[in-house]
Design a protein. Structure first.
Length: 55
């Protein structure tokens, strides 16, 4: 209840985006390998941003 209006941190937003991209990459891996690789690349770039925020 008290966390209902809590604003997400930048790190939380990036982590959700990272998870979403990996899920999409996994789904595309069976039908379109090139697009799957692009999604994995995007996810890696987001992980770099998350690591940068940790430092």
């Amino acid at each position: 209840m008290f966390g209902l209006f809590k604003k997400k941190s930048q790190k939380d937003i990036l982590h959700e985006k990272y998870q979403k991209l990996l899920k999409e990459a996994h789904q595309l891996s069976t039908s379109n390998r090139k697009k799957s690789d692009e999604k994995v690349f995007e996810a890696e770039e987001i992980m770099k941003q998350i690591v940068k925020l940790d430092n």
